[in-house]
Design a protein. Sequence first.
Lengths: 382, 305
Amino acid sequence: MGRLKTLALAASTAMFAATMALADDHKLKVGMITTLSGGGAGLGIDVRDGFMLAVKLAGGDDMDVVIEDDQRKPDIAVQLADKMIQSDKVDVLTGIIWSNLAMAVVPAVTAQGKFYLSPNAGPSALAGKGCSPFYFNVAWQNDNLHEAAGAYANDAGYKNTFILAPNYPAGKDALTGFKRYFKGNLAGEVYTKLGQKDYAAEIAQIRASGADSVFFFLPGGMGISFLKQYADSGVGLPVVGPAFSFDQGILQAVGDAALGVKNTSQWSKDLDNEANRKFVAAFQAEYGRLPSLYASQGYDTANLLLSAMEKADVDDPEAFRAALKEADFDSVRGNFAFGPNQHPIQNIYVREVIKEGDIYTNRIVATAFENHQDAYAAECKM
Amino acid sequence: MSALLLIEQVLNGLQFGVMLFLMAAGLTLVFGVMGLINLAHGSLYMVGAFAAAAVAAATGSFLLALAASLTAAALAGALVELAVIRRLYDRDHLDQVLATFALILIFSEGTRWLFGSFPLYLDIPDYLSGPVTLPGGIRYPLYRLALIVIGLLVAAGLFLLIARTRLGMRIRAGQSDREMIAALGVNISALYTMVFALGAALAGLAGALVGAIQSVQVGMGEPVLILAFVVIVIGGIGSVRGALIGALLVGLTDTLGGALLPSFFSLFMDPASATSVGSALASMLIYILMAGVLVVRPSGLFGRV
């Protein structure tokens, strides 16, 4: 038995050495797990398209990207991550949209010493005590845009707001973030089901609550259903929300009902910097539609990765991590830096929904926060 | 909680319930008459919604879209019955589950191939949009009110069909004794195709009606299918009346539970945890209801023992 064990150990060491030898001159391999089907498909498709656009503009010959659809199901995301690490031998993972999937996948990935760059989900648990040297968030910590929405609601003079979000980690972060800055009363606080499509019961509660405004965080198809039903209900209170509730993919389906609505975002199509102008033009030329904030996040994620690849080899994790942390790339958001917990420090803007020709889109009307950092950074020990 | 809000939530529950009934009626008929478990029923709901969205986009007419949803789902149902389901009547339930699960995958991928992964949008027609004021000062969306009326009319039509027509008589006879009505000279395979197409058409209609307030997307039928199974288990498998009562019970329990439980818990908890405990419990409520019904009546409310 002892001899067999030694033999097995020797064999596996030899195999390990062989893969190491192969790894020396291989391309960087990226595994992208994202949502490409169902009600959340628009978000994943935008992240993927933004990411692949950056890879293409950079020449695209020193990175292999494996893309798989998680169907917004945590169990499938976990299987895909295992498959990508064990059989595809990826070096870096990215792509997850939903925080409940991120919570299922990211801790396991970073524990195996693989890098994970988040292009979207930023659950508070991974920003504070659960932070990891191998985890970088290129988008935002979940609370951030909602904090800005809370601050904006104060400025707009709302005193009694009804707030709602889906019942999953990002929904809880959303309402926590909003409440951190909002000074008025809450007329009601409701958690809906993730993926819920009928909001009749919630809209009835809003109508009866005596609120003067509504804050909602409902990304993707959920936001479209809510806004259509809200407009049809005739409640008519002003709404405010994060950019996720009014992104480029949602606006076209909702139409006039969204015009004039204020929302908060770290990015907008009209941000005036060279990287952003290039991104917006290239994205339209490549895909024939306007980019959403999800696409901008995918694009920045790829550019961050490309900038780190120029400085270090992924087989030297310490050096690669240092290179990532420098964030030495031209972000479409302008100023971009990582805080101590490897989450962004960035500006957050207030946008307004407008109509340009036949297209509904957003433009920046104010800056909510400058160089804003998340509230969990101090809890991160690494 | 005010009376107005309560009445509005009851209306919401009714609306959800009658839509569930359209879905559950076909499922329970097919199971009652042919003894077949059809997991692909949700796909027929999706087919109806997509047909409606495509026709509405092409013609701009909501009524044509509804007609298209009925026709497309009935045709898809008849086709599936002739090609696949017909071979499964004599097999056991596991084979039926396997084959109809395969049908779900085929329908989903086929629809994705035709229409893409992005959700489609079907708009409420202008004459049904906006709120109306009901007696007592309740403002309620007209379209949802129309859904309740359509659902109840379909239910009434279905009862008349089953109780008063020759086709209905054959359906009831088929439920009681399949071999005997075949021996009496009824063309049983034509009857089966017709029942299957009828169930499919109802599911397709539900898909189109609900698609207009939600969104039309691949995989939209499966969450509803689970609820429809809960409905027919509560109502008693094979009973259309049971399906109606079960659907209304599930619709009301789900809607009122989601609305009332959080405020109930906030009587003795802080608001944030009341909301999370309340909504967690509300999502379990219909399964608790199902378990409760099964304890008292193991074959469902109107099931034959």
